[in-house]
Design a protein around this ligand. Structure first.
Ligand SMILES: C[S@@+](CC[C@H](N)C(=O)[O-])C[C@H]1O[C@@H](n2cnc3c(N)ncnc32)[C@H](O)[C@@H]1O
Length: 320
């Protein structure tokens, strides 16, 4: 029963961690333990209420409360610092944002109708909403940067990008993955492509061209590999095929498409993928997919799946 109740009440913990991340609590504890009064002054919070938040986080092992009611980071809580490798801070700061949260409040609508809850709540799709709310776009892009940084090492270790000359990252956000690929392979040149507001001001050095635009209109030509990382899961099948076809129109003959996505696991296992799939249903109208489902999308767009290379939490699906 306790286990069941913990799952039922899971949103409370999610929001508690989100609030701690928004207040930058972990960074403020990087130098050692502090009490709630001290942290409340630093974060412009109500000290008694902040104490209640911190003791709840201590009860689940993210913080440790000592006999003087001072709080310190546990090894788990260290992951909420913004300055550590593998930081989850950016994702935690995003996941509980009220506009995203309110879409999740309408999961029932999605389950009843199959429709995207975000559009039902906000009247526009998530990308239009973020373009109209630059602060939210910035928080989301930082979350993507944090998540991309978490998989970069495993992707570089598992897959040889050195076989290419020019790698384009389509929907590449602010270029975390592409920058790491270029640093790892000094002969490579890169093209970073995303919506204009996302790539504005990004500079990845002279070996990388930055291009703003929409993959529904045109993507840049001239690359021999086109990366789509965590992009197709944002879209339904028909739209995903349209994105792949847009790449196919621009890409030189023989070039590769590299889909980097989490592969949906077997029944009764791997809940992270299944929950991410619900997040896609609610937030973007997309879905997580199995290997066969990616193969079918590729085929519908005129590509053939050549290989799947597991790379930590994601797979590299290579198509030609
Ligand atoms: C889930 S994020 C993934 C970002 C990055 N590839 C990563 O894995 O960190 C999806 C990206 O698709 C971009 N995107 C959405 N619609 C787009 C469009 N029409 N044209 C180009 N990029 C788009 C978003 O701006 C966002 O950066």
């Amino acid at each position: 029963m306790d286990d069941l109740l913990r799952l039922i009440n899971g949103y409370q913990l999610s929001q508690a961690i989100h609030v701690a991340a928004t207040l930058g609590i972990a960074d403020r504890l990087a130098g050692g333990a502090r009490d709630a009064e001290d942290l409340a002054v630093a974060t412009d919070a109500h000290a008694p209420a902040l104490y209640r938040l911190l003791r709840a986080l201590a009860a689940v092992g993210i913080l440790h409360e000592d006999a003087d009611h001072r709080f310190a980071l546990t090894p788990l809580g260290e992951g909420l610092r913004t300055d550590v490798p593998d930081s989850a801070a950016g994702w935690a700061a995003f996941i509980g944002r009220p506009y995203h949260w309110s879409a999740w409040s309408q999961l029932l609508h999605s389950v009843r109708t199959g429709e995207n809850a975000f559009a039902a709540v906000h009247g526009v799709d998530v990308w239009t909403y973020r373009a109209e709310h630059p602060e939210e776009s910035g928080i989301f892009d930082a979350a993507m940067t944090a998540l991309a940084a978490r998989v970069t090492a495993s992707v570089l270790a598992a897959y040889d990008f050195g076989q290419f000359e020019v790698v384009a990252d389509i929907g590449g956000s602010r270029g975390t993955l592409l920058a790491a690929i270029l640093a790892h392979h000094p002969h490579l040149r890169g093209i970073l492509f995303d919506r204009p507001g996302v790539v504005a001001g990004v500079d990845l050095g002279e070996r990388c061209r930055i291009v703003g635009g929409s993959f529904f209109e045109a993507v840049p030509g001239g690359a021999d590999a086109y990366i789509l990382k965590s992009v197709l899961h944002d879209w339904d099948d028909e739209t995903s095929v349209a994105i792949l076809q847009s790449i196919r129109r621009a890409a030189p003959a023989g070039s590769a498409v590299l889909i980097l996505e989490r592969r949906l696991g077997p029944p009764n296992a791997e809940p992270a993928g299944k929950l991410s799939d619900l997040n896609m249903l609610v937030a973007t109208g997309g879905r997580e997919r199995t290997r066969d489902e990616y193969a079918r999308l590729l085929e519908a767009a005129g590509y053939g799946l050549v290989s799947e290379t597991p790379a930590g939490p994601v797979s590299v699906f290579e198509a030609r």
